[in-house]
Ligand binder design. Sequence first.
Ligand SMILES: [Zn+2]
Length: 558
Amino acid sequence: MDEFKNKMMKKIKQLTIKSLMLCISLFVAEHASAQIQRISSDFGEMAVQNPEEPCIPPSVYKELKEQIATNVSRLAAEGNLINSVGMLVPPQLFDWPLTHETNFLGNDYFFIQNYIDHAPAAGVILDYMCGTRSYDLPNYDHQGTDICIGPYWWKMMNDMKVRVIAAAPGQIVTNNDGNPDTNCVMGPSNANSITIQHADGTRAFYFHMKEGSVTSKVVGDYVTTGEYLGYVASSGSSTAPHLHFEVQDSSGNVIDPWVGNCNPDIVSSRWISQKPYPNSGIMSILTMNGFASGANCYGIETVPLSNHFAQGASFRIEIHLRDLVPGTVQTTRIYSPTNVLLDTATDTVVNFRAATFYSHTYNLANNAAIGTYRIQVDYQGKKASHYFTVGCPPAYNLSGAVTGMKGYITGENITTTQTIAASSSNNIWYEADDYIQANVGFRATAGCKFRARIDNCAQNSSLAKIETTTEKNFTLKANPSITTDHTKLSLETVENGPVSITIYDLTGRKVQTVLTEANLSEGTHEFELSTVEYPSGIYLCTAQSGISKSQCKIVVQK
Ligand SMILES: [Zn+2]
């Protein structure tokens, strides 16, 4: 990107504080039955380059403005331009312009490298909070918000983990794709980008997206908030994958959407929910077999991730943080399968960084307990957990109420009737190789955090795709299954419990809700369903209770 050195995450220093480590080792030996031993610690940082060119170079800006002028006039002439003339339209507010895919398993996925520079003088930087988190050049002040992805951004970009989505509803007025997306230098190259014009006349620019990923919608098409626009990448004037998000008024003047003492553009935030400054947090906790390979630009990092270790093995933990505030402390704790605290490591932040990782390497004892271990990281009031196994434990059979942060990872299967109450502090993780079976009685209530995943416990396995296996404790049928205007749904349940029934079309869009969390007794229940309003097509009727599901098909022929 504009702003980054391409050799991200370069390990700059290896701390080998031998005497300190020895003391800690002795401490561990005495107090944690020597199950694990911390043998070294280090840290890495995102090396930031002084930008040599603007994020959107003048030649690209000029071309973009010409495209906008041409497209806006054409749409206006056709009577198709988003139009609020004569209407009192409040200032457009924005949602967050990024989201991660469901198979991103970290805690958070972004950090902000640069805001808008409000100081016109060259060499003077003033972000909206009067800080210096921006950049300028002799004839350029950075005009957008640069949101980077991490950790290991080239890998994340290659894996397409982070989508660019519309921050506000509006009309596409430029759509550019087909430009290389692995740039490591700044300069006058074109980015893959989208410009959206909003009802209040403002426009949002989304820059640097992945080649071939830009929405298939065309100039003139409307998008809604949250709608897919593309994937984060490094096209255009960019040295690493990031989104440059920029807002302008109808005359082309930049509006900084972040409200703060040094932003003269606005009096109230243009974000629906403005994120804090700094926005300290935990991005990812990783367990690994060794060091990640450095990324030469352009190069996808090789990260030897593993969540499974043998007794006697060594492993490395990386704690990736964002917005590190000098003097603050991050704490990493490791808990045994029986929830005994085995080690506490702390790191004190010395210099501000937008993103950094701390790392600790451990040896596991030859007799380390077999089971699922938990790593808990605390930083600036935020907590996150990560789980790993030693000796790949066998199947789990779980029951009863479970609270707090708890993980279960097995090489075979998990059978469960656990209940997880509706609290965001209840954060439960299931992972099994073969299947996860939720029997009658299992209940994860909205408000808790629950994830289930099928993976391979064998060491060095690649991460499997997310799926869940469920056992049906009820059966849903439609009779007739081919109809013009009417069918009957019959639901057979083997035990009492709450059930929802929903009708979807084949695109996954909800067509009708038949039942919402209704408590049904054991037996057969019938529901009349009118399909008079349904267009011809195939529909899926779905009964759901917790993660158990039964599906039937209805064909409507008119
Ligand atoms: Zn930028």
